[in-house]
Design a protein around this ligand. Structure first.
Ligand SMILES: NC(=O)c1ccc[n+]([C@@H]2O[C@H](COP(=O)([O-])OP(=O)(O)OC[C@H]3O[C@@H](n4cnc5c(N)ncnc54)[C@H](OP(=O)(O)O)[C@@H]3O)[C@@H](O)[C@H]2O)c1
Length: 324
């Protein structure tokens, strides 16, 4: 931290989502992006100019050594997250890492054990669970607004254009539905219903390159039955619908939406919650700042355990390719 108490991030990876992060940081008091690093000097320089960032590097390591930031935001594709995080840990730089943070249990456990062993903060950038919409829906659930929960259904995704969403179909960049979309469905369900998850069925469709295009999970959370559908090849409704004995909650676009609806048992709308959130990344940034400043190794909102469980799920989905 600087003398004037500004929290200094660096960005690793000068791509699409990093712009959204830089915009969020620019909206916040007491936070700055001190530098951006990219494998490409051209990309780094252009990103720095576009986002008014004072320094750019074509070497992540040189950036970490020279800037000595308070934290790094890792915004590369998931195939790089493990090595990028390990590099930050080598330099004892706290990490906020884009989803899906790590591709397998092996990667996740190595990173998280290292983080815990040396006391350096690591958090997966699961920004959705900080959104006011999800918080409101959780409040409804906990206050018994829909009675006892019986089941829920969530679906996230759509028919992606292979020419536009190139990284999603590229096995070398850890493309695929689970790293891009299932991570959200799993995270949001976990946010509401906790970790007592039993996955009763996995149905995944893979392309010839081994990229998962469509993943459906059947799950049980105690007595609650659930289905999560995610796809890059078929249009989905994109909502999260929870049915209870006294009503229903529906959240359109649960991973980024600003609306949530509460219905009674007859289907009559009881409440419509709408949040005004110009850039939802501000919350995960705030959480990172607070955690690092308090000396925490993990966030209690996005704990290591959640990242590890998601990584184990990815291993199971990959293994399902060999199942009948
Ligand atoms: N939270 C959200 O709402 C959200 C939304 C979209 C994406 N994401 C996540 O953010 C991450 C990045 O996604 P993105 O859409 O921003 O990706 P992107 O723009 O395609 O690429 C991000 C960075 O990854 C590296 N990269 C990409 N393609 C590469 C290639 N062919 N060869 C070598 N390096 C390559 C580059 O890093 P360098 O510049 O350092 O070389 C690039 O700047 C993913 O994990 C994704 O799941 C999150």
């Amino acid at each position: 931290m600087t003398e004037n108490n500004i929290f200094r991030f660096v960005i690793i990876g000068a791509g699409g989502i990093a712009n959204h992060f830089a915009e969020a940081a620019a909206m916040m008091d007491g936070v700055e992006i001190a530098a951006v690093g990219s494998k490409s000097a051209e990309r780094a320089e252009a990103f720095a100019a576009k986002n008014a960032i004072p320094a750019w590097y074509d070497s992540y390591e040189k950036m970490l050594e020279e800037v000595r930031p308070d934290a790094a935001y890792i915004a590369t594709t998931p195939n790089f997250h493990y090595e990028n995080t390990m590099l930050c840990l080598k330099h004892r730089v706290p990490v906020l890492c884009e989803k899906a943070a790590y591709r397998s249990e092996e990667e996740a456990s190595e990173v998280l054990e290292q983080s815990e062993a040396q006391g350096t903060f690591v958090m997966e950038a699961l920004w959705s669970r900080f959104l006011p919409t999800l918080k409101k829906a959780k409040e409804w659930l906990e206050s018994g607004a829909i009675g006892e929960v019986i089941s829920f259904c969530s679906n996230v995704g759509g028919a992606f254009d292979r020419n536009v969403a190139k990284r999603n179909f590229d096995p070398a960049l850890a493309g695929g539905c689970m790293y891009d979309l299932t991570c959200y469905s799993y995270d949001i369900a976990d946010y509401f219903f906790g970790k007592e998850t039993e996955i009763t069925d996995i149905r995944a469709e893979f392309d010839a390159d081994g990229v998962d295009l469509d993943v459906t999970l059947d799950l049980k959370y105690g007595n609650i039955t659930a289905r999560q559908e995610n796809s890059m090849i078929r249009e989905l409704q994109e909502d999260f619908a929870v049915a209870g004995t006294k009503g229903k909650i529906v959240i359109p676009h649960p991973h980024w939406g600003n609306d949530a609806y509460l219905y009674d048992a007859e289907g009559k709308e009881i409440e419509h919650f709408r949040a005004d959130v110009p850039n939802g990344f501000v919350f995960e940034i705030g959480e990172t700042v607070d955690c690092v400043r308090s000396g925490a190794v993990e966030s209690c909102v996005v704990p290591h355990e959640l990242t590890l469980r998601a990584a184990k799920l990815y291993d199971r989905i990959k293994a399902s390719v060999n199942e009948e």
